[in-house]
Every structure is written in C-alpha cells, then in structure tokens.
Design a protein. Structure first.
Length: 210
C-alpha cells in the first residue's frame, strides 16, 4: 500500500505526460521566465485554488495566500510578493479574492481564544469594528458573515492602495488595477465586489503619499 502523499507524486508524472501530449513545448516555454498579468491574494483555504477556479494555467497568475486573504502592511512576506509582482513582473491587475464560509473570518466574528492565530485574526476584527454599524444591523448570522467577508476584501483592497509600492507604481504611470472578489464555496462562482482602484485619488486623502 502506498502512502497517500505518494499519490501526489504519481499524479505529477501523469500531469506532465498530459501537458506534453497537449503541447510538446509546454515546459520549454515556461522554463525561461514567467510573465503573469495577475497577482492573486487569496485565502489559504484548500477549497479556493487560484488557478483552477479562474481557468488559468501555470505562468499566468502570481499567487500569495494566507488566512483570510489579508494585506497586512507589516507582513514582509506579503510586501515582498507585492513588490516583486508590481516592480519586476509588472502585473496589470491585483485581485484580492475572499470566500464565503471563510474560517478565518468566522473565527474573527466570535470571542473564543484560539492561541497564536488570535494575533492574525485581530486584523480581521479591526475590519469588523470599522464596519460594525452595517454588520451589527444584519440579524441573520450567516448573512452577516457573508457581508463581513465582502467588507474584509474591500478593506484589503484599500490596504493595497495605501502601500507606497502601489502608489509609486501609479505615480510612474503604470497601468495597475486593484480588484476585490468573493468566491462562493457553495457554487464555485466568483462575485466581483465592484471595487476597482486605478489611482491614488480612489483612496481617502489621508493615505495619499507625495
Ligand atoms: Co478562508
């Protein structure tokens, strides 16, 4: 009996054979460099794989994932990914994609101590406080959680716009769009939340960096 992880290595060999059957140059074309047009900032949740749900192939999407798709401006990992994507790869679109039923967002809605992760969830709780008037007015807990997922994504789009990395790109005249989406694990569909930032004036003036 094989260990379950060994199945992944077998799958990999089959995948390589399948790709080569479709295009004998598949790996040669990707080996030299990547040229993705998109940076995806999504949740680590195993149900929300960036490439599969958007029908994109290797080489098309630069990906950063963490719990609840957060843009935390003191997170060196996120900042490094953002800097490389914007300044070197020159992506055209940055998509923050949250998802309904997000465990991180649900955990941030209640008061249970979970340990170290509470420090991460704190950032999500701050989003709740910014939007507490709207969120507290939603009596149904599931609907409130869904809206919390949406406003959290929109805050993270704002947080991207607040960074000097994004603002300097706009200042250089780089064509860079920020988007906020929410994926529904129940039906597989992505909802465009309608936030589309393309320059510094889309942000409150207190965040503008000269
Ligand atoms: Co999640």
């Amino acid at each position: 009996m094989k260990n379950s992880y060994e199945k992944l290595l077998d799958n990999n060999k089959k995948w390589v054979a399948d790709q080569l059957a479709l295009n004998p140059h598949f790996f040669d074309e990707l080996a030299d460099k990547q040229n993705p047009a998109y940076l995806w900032i999504g949740c680590s949740d195993s149900r929300v794989p960036a490439n599969q749900i958007t029908g994109t192939k290797p080489g098309e999407v630069f990906v950063h994932r963490n719990i609840a798709n957060m843009v935390v401006h003191s997170d060196m990992n996120m900042l490094s990914v953002l800097s490389y994507a914007v300044e070197v790869l020159q992506v055209k679109h940055i998509i923050v994609c949250g998802h309904y039923g997000c465990g991180g967002v649900l955990a941030a809605m209640n008061n249970k101590q979970l340990g170290l992760i509470d420090n991460w969830l704190r950032h999500i709780k701050d989003v709740y406080r910014y939007h507490h008037v709207e969120l507290d007015a939603i009596a149904d807990k599931e609907l409130r959680a869904r809206r919390f997922v949406e406003v959290n994504v929109m805050e993270q789009v704002h947080d991207l716009g607040k960074t000097s990395i994004v603002q300097n790109a706009w200042k250089r005249g780089q064509d860079l769009h920020l988007h906020g989406w929410a994926y529904d694990v129940k039906d597989g569909l992505i909802k465009d939340l309608g936030v589309n930032f393309t320059n510094t004036s889309d942000l409150h003036s207190v965040y503008h960096l000269d």
